[in-house]
Design a protein around this ligand. Structure first.
Ligand code: GLC
Length: 445
């Protein structure tokens, strides 16, 4: 009897906490094409995230409506001034391709509810509400695909302006009497159907579920229903949600924000790391997602390259953000970082793309990545390498039977041995202390 009561209580608690859809729809079985697409996603470790919207006009980041406590009507006037005359989708796509990226994730609609594509569901969109009148999402999608890259869309679950979205802890004051999540949910579904039928995204990237985290009564997002709706339209479309939690049924890859999987320096990423689905960490180049005119504090090229390498060493992609300007240009500093990453990728892409974690744990001097038969040791901090005479010395657990150890990309053979305790020692010329990443290729038998 006690056991029955316990199970009953557990079921009720789980339903309240997670929403009934956890078990209502049963386990999610991804399609063949979906699994293939997941695999393809890991073949490119770099993605480009774009936060572009009418907030770019204010040049104060994508949260300006909320943080600036603006009246929605006043804020929305930015649509009338949105004219990105310098926007050249082909030029952007080329810059991303040259940086070595494999995909682009564009904000189709952010928390302000402004749609950056052709939609019949709301006039508050780039085609109908701006003098520019062009479907920028459609143009970019075409250009990105012409470069052979994948196209993903960010879609906000929050809407700070629409009366039917029930206000959460973000955003501006609203009339609670007008909140109607069922109506909002149907609107979202219609918009998502449009996005999928018009542009066939390879992935949909949701954000904002944290908005109702502090509600006294758990908010019923009906995410599983939404995921099933999406997979019903296109089973191969990947679905992910930046909810800062462990993945749930229906999600095809797992997102981390500002931190690599398993790390939580920023406070948004302590969730259990999935071993079943691809992983992706999104991060900013400076300190903001949307364009912020006075944030020139961009991470250096070496810092970004090392972040990418560390991501790959943890089986994760790096979705690196840029906030395009309202005039249609990518910020000069962002272009500079793209070029820097690109020249590194021209040589080193094979040491991250399609690579994942290796049996060698992270070291004080760096990390390792692996593809079948090959391990790459990445020396990211040469100053931490022990030096003996005029040689640097690496000692790591031997990752298996070794055939050769060479410098990468030069291919110069390096002296190595495996001792009786199965430790591999490699000697190499002392790398320059400021080297971005010195790579050693270990070929396994
Ligand atoms: C956070 C921010 C949002 C941004 C997102 C990107 O959720 O609130 O503005 O789009 O991170 O990961």
């Amino acid at each position: 009897m006690g056991k029955k009561i316990f199970i009953c209580a557990l079921v009720i608690w789980t339903a309240l906490f997670y929403g009934t859809d956890v078990w209502a729809q049963g386990p999610y079985v991804p399609s063949e094409g979906n699994l293939k697409s997941r695999e393809e996603l890991t073949q490119h470790r770099l993605g480009i995230f774009l936060h572009w919207g009418i907030y770019s006009t204010y040049a104060q980041g994508e949260w300006y409506l909320s943080r600036g406590h603006l009246d929605p009507e006043v804020y929305s006037e930015a649509a009338g001034g949105f004219y990105p005359g310098s926007f050249d989708a082909a030029e952007w796509a080329r810059a991303f391709k040259d940086a070595g990226a494999g995909y682009v994730t564009l904000t189709s609609r952010h928390h302000d509810g402004f749609s950056m594509y052709r939609t019949a569901q709301s006039p508050f969109n780039v085609v109908d509400a701006t003098p520019f009148g062009r479907d920028v999402l459609g143009e970019l999608t075409e250009a990105v695909r012409a470069e052979g890259l994948r196209m993903h869309y960010y879609y906000s679950l929050i809407d700070w302006i629409r009366p039917d979205y029930p206000k959460g802890h973000s955003g501006i004051a609203k009339d609670p009497a007008k909140a109607d999540y069922d109506s909002y949910f149907e609107f979202e579904k219609r918009q998502i159907r449009e996005l999928m039928e018009q542009y066939h995204p390879q992935a949909l990237w949701f954000d904002g579920q944290w908005d109702h985290e502090t509600d006294a009564v758990p908010f019923q997002w009906r995410m599983r229903e939404l995921y099933d709706f999406i997979h019903g339209i296109d089973p191969d479309c990947l679905v992910a949600n930046n909810h800062h939690r462990a993945i749930v049924e229906g999600e095809d890859f797992q997102i981390f924000e500002n931190d690599l999987p398993g790390e939580n320096k920023g406070g948004l990423s302590g969730q259990t790391v999935s071993t079943r689905v691809p992983l992706e960490t999104c991060d900013t180049m400076n300190g903001m997602w949307g364009y912020k005119v006075d944030d020139l504090n961009y991470k250096s090229v070496p810092a970004l390259v090392r972040l990418l390498v560390r991501a790959a060493s943890k089986d994760a992609n790096l979705l690196l953000n840029i906030g395009p300007q309202a005039n249609g240009k990518l910020p000069e500093l962002a272009l500079d970082r793209l070029r820097g990453i690109g020249s590194w990728m021209k040589v080193y892409a094979p040491t991250v793309d399609g690579c994942g974690s290796s049996p060698i744990p992270p070291q004080s001097w760096g990390v390792s990545t692996m593809r079948p038969g090959t391990i790459f040791l990445h020396i990211l901090d040469a100053s931490a390498l022990p030096v003996s005479g005029n040689q640097a010395v690496i000692v790591v657990p031997a990752p298996g039977k070794i055939a050769a150890v060479k410098s990468y990309p030069e291919g110069t053979a390096l002296a190595w041995k495996v001792d009786k305790d199965q430790f591999l020692t490699v000697k190499l010329p002392v790398p320059d202390a400021t080297a971005m990443d010195t790579v050693i290729e270990v070929t396994l038998k």
